[in-house]
Design a protein around this ligand. Structure first.
Ligand SMILES: C[S@@+](CC[C@H](N)C(=O)[O-])C[C@H]1O[C@@H](n2cnc3c(N)ncnc32)[C@H](O)[C@@H]1O
Length: 271
């Protein structure tokens, strides 16, 4: 592994420090939920490509990319926190501790055929375009940028007749739970416009969602995600009670929700 160069990262809110094993479990569930569609959408990856996975987390998609590019290809996985990535031992996968916002890009080596990220940009409040521009700089001419990020504000209960519906919405406020914490609750849908502003071409966007019940893997993942975000924002008693209200509903299998809208966006650097 290449040694640390990163500075402090006030931009990222879900940092694992102090809650390492809880974050490991949360990221594990995240991978189980999101990997199947991410693999399908990245199926255009070719043997021998050089790929960069930015904000790779626990690294399941970086490992998958390493399998796709084969022994003559190469994958670089970066994160500001590489504690989970350093457990991986894959010959054509290199792990580099690196912030896409702050650290020199030449640390990552030759330009890439494909640069990917997933569920990272949303958290980089106000500096998403800066991060995208830097990812574009990592591409060779004609290389692809691929990102998956969400409109998290759209994750909402669907059945007003359910006894938990009104209480949940009182806390959730149609997703303004995020807005009041300074996040853009519909960030994902802005990806094509941001990609275009950053000079990418041949843009494509695919959006998906799903209706799931309380107690499902998604709901079990969503509960700690809300709890952690709430704590990071200096929780008070009222906001903790709010999260408890949502948690109770999210554990109830008769409570149905429409998930976030997940936007996958592709764009190509000019030749
Ligand atoms: C929600 S996790 C998603 C992890 C992984 N992309 C996945 O989908 O399985 C976001 C990741 O982005 C990383 N991250 C946050 N800010 C970053 C930055 N400036 N540069 C690189 N990685 C960053 C975090 O440490 C975290 O591992």
């Amino acid at each position: 592994m290449v040694e640390p160069t990163s500075s402090q990262h006030p931009d990222y809110r879900l940092a694992a420090a102090g809650r390492e094993s809880a974050e490991d479990e949360r990221l594990d569930l995240l991978e189980q939920i999101y990997d199947p569609s991410s693999r399908r959408r990245r199926s255009f990856v070719q043997p021998r490509w050089r790929c960069l996975e930015v904000g790779a987390g626990r690294g399941s998609m970086a490992v998958w990319l390493a399998e796709q590019v084969g022994p003559t290809g190469r994958v670089v996985a970066t994160d500001i926190d590489t504690r989970y990535l350093t457990r991986l031992d894959v010959p054509n996968l290199e792990v580099i501790r690196h912030s896409i916002l702050d650290d020199p890009l030449d640390l990552l080596g030759e330009p890439f055929d494909l640069v990917c990220s997933r569920l990272m940009l949303f958290h980089l409040k106000g500096v998403q375009e800066q991060a995208i521009r830097r990812m574009v700089e990592c591409l060779r001419p004609g290389g692809w940028l691929f990102d998956e990020d969400c409109d998290w504000g759209t994750a909402a209960p669907v059945d007003p007749a359910h006894p938990c519906y009104d209480d949940y919405q009182r806390v959730w406020r149609d997703g303004d739970w995020w807005t009041s914490r300074g996040y853009d609750k519909v960030f994902g849908q802005k990806l094509p416009a941001l990609f275009e502003r950053c000079g990418l071409q041949e843009l494509r966007n695919e959006a998906s969602t799903e209706v799931v019940r309380g107690g499902s893997p998604w709901a079990r993942w969503w509960i700690p995600t809300l709890e952690v975000i709430n704590e990071l924002d200096g929780a008070d008693e009222a906001s903790r009670r709010g999260v408890e209200v949502m948690t109770a509903a999210l554990a109830d299998p008769t409570f149905w929700l429409e998930r976030e809208v997940l936007h996958a966006c592709w764009g190509r650097r000019a030749l």
